[in-house]
Design a protein around this ligand. Structure first.
Ligand SMILES: Nc1nc2c(c(=O)[nH]1)N[C@H]1C(S)=C(S)[C@@H](COP(=O)(O)OP(=O)(O)OC[C@H]3O[C@@H](n4cnc5c(=O)[nH]c(N)nc54)[C@H](O)[C@@H]3O)O[C@H]1N2
Ligand SMILES: Nc1nc2c(c(=O)[nH]1)N[C@H]1C(S)=C(S)[C@@H](COP(=O)(O)OP(=O)(O)OC[C@H]3O[C@@H](n4cnc5c(=O)[nH]c(N)nc54)[C@H](O)[C@@H]3O)O[C@H]1N2
Ligand code: SF4
Ligand SMILES: [Mo]
Length: 722
């Protein structure tokens, strides 16, 4: 029997998995029996790989954009033509007219796309981590100099802002949570819904959607007023405490309780539980990201950790690392000419994730001995997506004319979906690297078939949040002509005359080069497990001041409020005609974002996109379980299947993320199915619905909507034949 190890990427849970081979039989299970983080989806490797709809050859659109006609072509033809058309766009409009939207986690190659772009001369890269953890990392960086990660083993108090974890949704963290609870840790869950996670809580605060920042400010108020903070830590390590104290004075529990729609005493009690814990943690959760007040919420969380003395005890700020080549080093941002860097879209609109912010850490990095420009979670040097889509529509400071969508269902994975589709329509070149004919791929000139995680050898690196490298082995051969992303990057680099900067024959040569400073090869890692870089600046804060910045100099220099505040999200359409509050989220168990809807065994369990509505509201609207309905905001509408759910607060509607119908017969019908069902149709990417500093869209309340039964003559009936 042979055993191979890898990391599952059917979702971002990152479970370590192993495959045992005996004859023709492959058995997949958790890699570590002592910590069996795993879900049943990982067993579907062959169902996924060998799916009849899987793209296995490069395709060229010989029809029109939006009404495609696909022709199979060879890799050489695809790469020749793409390189030539890319060259034309660069010659005509300049390199910044070429943008990439990539989910690096999905392809397993952080940094290599940025290297290509640095060489090409374009700063316009975005990753969906801009909406998920990557943005959090930049707020943490402003406060601490780096991203902080919770120490689950040590904790006696867990604070969840909205996280919902179970066996199918981040099982590794679920195991860690259960471990902490078994040791007697308290759990504070802040979530409007009564989720199974909330049922495990010692305290459940059912706040109004999107008011998390106000709650965190209220906790700071109580903790400072009652003197429950760590004076020694504040005095020796923090800057801006007095300003923070003055700011949070405006958030007494009575006001916060009113904003959040909860009991005043609950605000005080939970603040005390947190501050009096020995080792409390506030783990990252996506709910803190896609909010109008995201920066303030995350800043306030940073302040809570710091002033209560949890930093570098239960919350670890690891910092940059040196040794093996990190993603950031591989990216070679230093190759990008200053004039091109200055052109990055978003530098002057929503700059916190852009080069404009990154430049402010230059001296701090030098002081700490960081020999490269960091790129924490691929979001320290990226462009702003909403500004990018505007530029693609010709509404920016200069036109963007070529878009590479790399393992990112770009049209469906942001707010303002119709505007993104329009942005694609005006491109001279669209290239999509995918497994499926997704709604985004339907808009491409070329669709390139990628390998999937169980078909590739990978060198996992922690996206500059940790020092480790791990090797993952392929379990199976790539299907058809499917290739890994390095093959595409190298193919384009060679054709564009950048061969000397991409000298590695294949991904293994690249891996060995990245590991060489550590004196190991990829093969060694396979045999011995992982390898780690050396952490620099351990225990130091790589902020401009070298201290924890409770009042952020980075935000101040970028022209924003340096202190956290709560501002009520305002939907101009909040009059009585849209009586419900909408939120997108509460992930489906049997799919992953926009993916996996085509896998029959999963789809059978969650066949349709569901609206969660409180039974009382359903009664008022004369809606029944299983009936199709239309949900409208002032910005768009979607069609969903009604699901009555007591856990859903009265007056609110849950919109699922990521729904389209892969089974739709034509490319046009697939694209139409995303228009009919995806959350991005309801939430606008207008400036008033973005967090100002980050540009992250608000999908968490603040947008108003209404619901009605779908008439039998609706568009879905004709598009999908139901
Ligand atoms: N409107 C809206 N937008 C959102 C969110 C939301 O809730 N609402 N959520 C945000 C969050 S939290 C996240 S994490 C991001 C997720 O953003 P993404 O990670 O980009 O989203 P997915 O839908 O998981 O995957 C995108 C595509 O990658 C393809 N893919 C998967 N694996 C591979 C691979 O190995 N190789 C190749 N070539 N392709 C692959 C899939 O087929 C899928 O079509 O979206 C964010 N955007
Ligand atoms: N099976 C499965 N697992 C997944 C995913 C998937 O698609 N499928 N996606 C993965 C990804 S990319 C991510 S980012 C995570 C996301 O996972 P989570 O971080 O758990 O986020 P959600 O599932 O969107 O929402 C969780 C809870 O947040 C609450 N909530 C919504 N709005 C607010 C608010 O304004 N304030 C507060 N306090 N709570 C609110 C909701 O009521 C819900 O109960 O899950 C990952 N795991
Ligand atoms: S939760 Fe399931 S799908 Fe996600 S990484 Fe773990 S095993 Fe894979
Ligand atoms: Mo995410």
């Amino acid at each position: 029997m042979e055993t191979r190890y890898s990391t599952c990427v059917f979702c971002d849970g990152g479970c370590a998995v192993k495959a045992e081979f005996e004859g023709d039989c492959m058995r997949v299970g958790p890699a570590d029996r002592a910590f069996p983080a795993f879900c049943s989806k990982a067993r579907l490797i062959d169902e996924y790989r060998l799916h009849p709809d899987r793209l296995t050859k490069p395709l060229k659109n010989v029809g029109e954009r939006g009404n495609p006609s696909w022709q199979e072509i060879s890799w050489d033809q695809a790469l020749d033509e793409i390189a030539e058309r890319l060259h034309t766009v660069v010659e005509t409009y300049g390199a910044p007219a070429v943008a990439f939207a990539e989910m690096p986690l999905n392809v397993g190659f952080g940094g290599i796309t940025r290297r290509f772009m640095s060489r090409l001369g374009s700063p316009n890269y975005t990753a969906p981590t801009a909406l998920c953890m990557g943005n959090t990392a930049q707020v943490h960086r402003a406060a601490y100099g780096w991203f902080s990660l919770p120490n689950w083993e040590a904790t006696d108090c867990v604070v969840y802002f909205g996280q919902h974890r179970d066996e199918e949704r981040w099982p590794a963290e679920y195991l860690a949570l259960k471990g902490a609870l078994a040791r007697g840790a308290s759990l504070i869950v802040v979530d409007p819904r009564e989720t199974p996670t909330a049922k495990l809580a010692t305290h459940h605060l059912r706040i109004r959607y999107g008011t998390d920042a106000a709650l965190a400010l209220g906790w700071l108020h109580v903790i400072i007023e009652e003197g429950l903070y760590d004076r020694a830590f504040v005095e020796s390590q923090c800057l801006g405490f007095d300003d923070l104290a003055q700011r949070v004075a405006a958030y007494p529990p009575a006001r916060v309780a009113e904003i959040c729609g909860i009991d005043e005493e609950a605000v005080c009690t939970t603040a005390r539980v947190y501050a009096r814990a020995h080792a409390a943690i506030i783990p990252w959760g996506v709910v803190g990201d896609m909010q109008r007040n995201s920066t303030s919420l995350l800043q306030a969380q940073c302040a809570l950790r710091a002033i209560c003395g949890f930093l570098n005890t239960s919350e670890r700020v690891l910092g940059p690392s040196v040794g093996g080549v990190t993603n950031a080093e591989l990216s070679r941002f230093d190759w990008l000419p200053a004039d091109k860097r200055a052109l990055q879209l978003g530098c002057d609109t929503h700059p916190l994730l852009t080069f404009a912010a990154s430049s402010l850490y230059r001296e701090a990095n030098e002081r700490a001995g960081v020999p490269y420009e960091p790129d924490i979670l691929a979001e320290s040097c990226s462009c702003d997506p909403a500004t990018l889509f505007r530029a693609m529509r010709g509404e920016g400071p200069y036109p963007v004319k070529a878009l590479f969508s790399v393992a990112n269902n770009t049209t469906m994975s942001y707010a303002g979906q119709q505007g993104i589709v329009d942005a694609f329509m005006g491109q001279d070149l669209v290239v999509v690297f995918e497994h499926w004919m997704t709604p985004t791929a339907c808009l491409a000139d070329y669709v390139l078939p990628g390998d999937m995680w169980a078909e590739r050898d990978v060198l996992g690196s922690a996206f500059d949040v940790g020092p480790g490298f791990v090797a993952g082995q392929a379990f199976r051969e790539p299907v058809g002509a499917c290739k890994n992303w390095y093959y595409v990057v190298k193919g384009l680099a060679d054709r564009l005359g950048f061969a000397e900067d991409f000298p590695w024959e294949d991904e293994h040569a690249l891996y060995d080069w990245r590991l060489a400073p550590l004196g190991v090869t990829w093969d060694d890692l396979v045999r011995q497990g992982g390898a780690a870089n050396e952490l620099v600046a351990i225990g130091k804060f790589v902020t401009p001041s070298g201290s924890v910045e409770l009042k952020s100099s980075v935000l101040e220099q970028l022209g924003f409020d340096p202190l956290p505040a709560y501002e009520e999200p305002t939907d101009p359409a909040s009059d009585g005609t849209y009586p419900y509050i909408l939120f997108a989220g509460s992930r489906d168990r049997k799919s992953y974002n926009t993916n996996l809807h085509q896998i029959p065994s999963l789809r059978a369990e969650e066949p349709e996109p569901r609206l969660f509505i409180n039974p009382a509201d359903a009664r008022d609207e004369a809606l029944e379980e299983g009936q199709w309905c239309v949900v409208e905001s002032a910005y768009g509408q979607v069609e969903l299947m009604v699901h009555l759910d007591e856990a859903q607060p009265v007056g609110t509607l849950r919109i699922p993320h990521g729904w389209w119908k892969p089974e739709a017969a034509t490319s046009q019908a697939k694209l139409e199915s995303a228009r009919l069902h995806n959350d991005g149709m309801l939430f606008p990417d207008a400036n008033w619905n973005l967090d100002p500093a980050q540009g992250v869209p608000n999908l968490r309340g603040g947008i108003h909507g209404r619901v009605r039964a779908r008439s039998s003559l609706s568009s879905a009936a004709s598009a999908e034949g139901d």
